[in-house]
Design a protein around this ligand. Structure first.
Ligand code: PLP
Length: 350
């Protein structure tokens, strides 16, 4: 398959622009979730599994464009603040580009797999004793002062690249879905998807030019947009959306209001339950934040706010392997037993 940025070149590229750096991002599967859908009473539920991107999250769609342009613009280094996946992605694309990558991350709040990815790729990590929002404001200033190119979603190339998720969904379904559900953290992705659906329709690539309702979900302990004010100390098991003052707040509100959609909260228990359901009914292992959209759709379907035959796509934003610590073994299941056939057969309970 052609590289992502080449595939949608007509909508993304400036004149004669070339994109030498690619890790094979995009082209992720859209999976018809038959068993999960049946459980929720939805016949046409689909999962867009963004965990299949090169670094295991949708961040690669925008990072590839941001890093290609940073290189073309003569950047000396790139920098980001990150709850994890942005740093994993930035570190990988910086390595491929031969650029130093600096990551400012909030102390103690990053999933293990993501940290390993950034370290392995040689990013320089600076941990700060503060939350994500504090880290991002320092990064913005580094960008303003020309120290390094910022590759957070405040970089417009990030959101432009992320629009490709919407393009791919329309291509796969042959039309836009009735509703698109996703987690909302810094709110860049909901903004990018909405702009992407609009752009694809305007360009004549979406049959009947229909647009989906945008359904965004924040964790209850980190829901500034739902509450209507920044949250000082956001708290949730879904670390990728543990954000108290989203950079793309206005974009998210525009996506919600223009699409006739909504942004609501889900609890951490609902998120973890949805994560389990997705992997145990569909075999697709996503990280907790990714399951927020599924948890939200589950509630809306139960409340009949989504109809049984509507085409619904949940964006599973990142891979479950990034955050293995949230998966707990059943009581006693990892206590060794004698290795004989009889004992093993007995333990199987069959
Ligand atoms: C970044 C991220 C989010 C949040 O996306 P925003 O664009 O910040 O709203 C959700 N899930 C995962 C896995 C992420 O990496």
């Amino acid at each position: 398959m052609k590289a992502l940025l080449e595939r949608y070149r007509d909508l993304l590229a400036r004149d004669d622009e070339s994109f030498p750096i690619t890790l094979g991002e995009g082209g992720t599967p859209l999976i018809h979730a038959r068993r999960l859908g049946a459980e929720m009473g939805l016949e046409r539920l689909h999962l867009k599994f963004e965990g299949m991107n090169p670094t295991g999250s949708f961040k690669d769609r925008g990072m590839v464009l941001a890093v290609n342009r940073a290189v073309a613009g003569g950047a000396r280094a790139i920098v980001c603040a990150s709850t994890g996946n942005t740093s994993a992605s930035a570190a990988a694309y910086a390595a491929a580009a031969g650029l130093p990558c600096h990551v400012i991350l909030p102390a103690g709040k990053v999933a293990r797999g993501k940290l390993a990815q950034a370290l392995a790729a040689g990013a320089r990590l600076i941990m700060v004793d503060g939350n994500f929002d504090a880290a991002l404001s320092a990064v913005r200033r580094l960008g303003d002062e020309g120290v390094a190119v910022v590759v957070n979603s405040t970089n417009p190339d990030r959101l432009v690249g992320q629009q490709t998720g919407a393009f791919e969904i329309v291509d796969a379904l042959g039309k836009a879905p009735d509703a698109l559900a996703l987690p909302v953290g810094n709110a860049g992705n909901i903004t990018a998807y909405w702009q992407g659906f609009g752009r694809y329709a305007d360009a004549g690539h979406t049959p009947d030019a229909k647009l989906p309702r945008m359904l965004g979900f924040q964790a209850e302990g980190a829901a500034p947009i739902v509450r209507g004010e920044p949250i000082e100390a956001p708290e949730t098991v879904a670390t990728a959306i543990r954000i108290g003052n989203p950079a793309s707040w206005h974009g998210a509100v525009a996506a919600r209001d223009q699409s006739g959609g909504l942004i609501e909260t889900v609890t951490d228990d609902e998120i973890l339950e949805a994560q389990r359901m997705v992997v145990q009914l569909e075999g697709v292992f996503c990280e907790p934040a990714s399951a927020a959209g599924v948890a939200g759709v589950r509630r809306l379907a139960a409340d009949r706010r989504i109809g049984p035959s509507e085409v619904v796509v949940c964006v599973l934003t990142g891979h479950g392997l990034k955050d293995p610590d949230v998966v707990q073994a059943e009581e006693g299941s990892l206590t060794p037993i004698p290795p004989g056939f009889a004992a093993i057969r007995d333990a199987m309970g069959l």
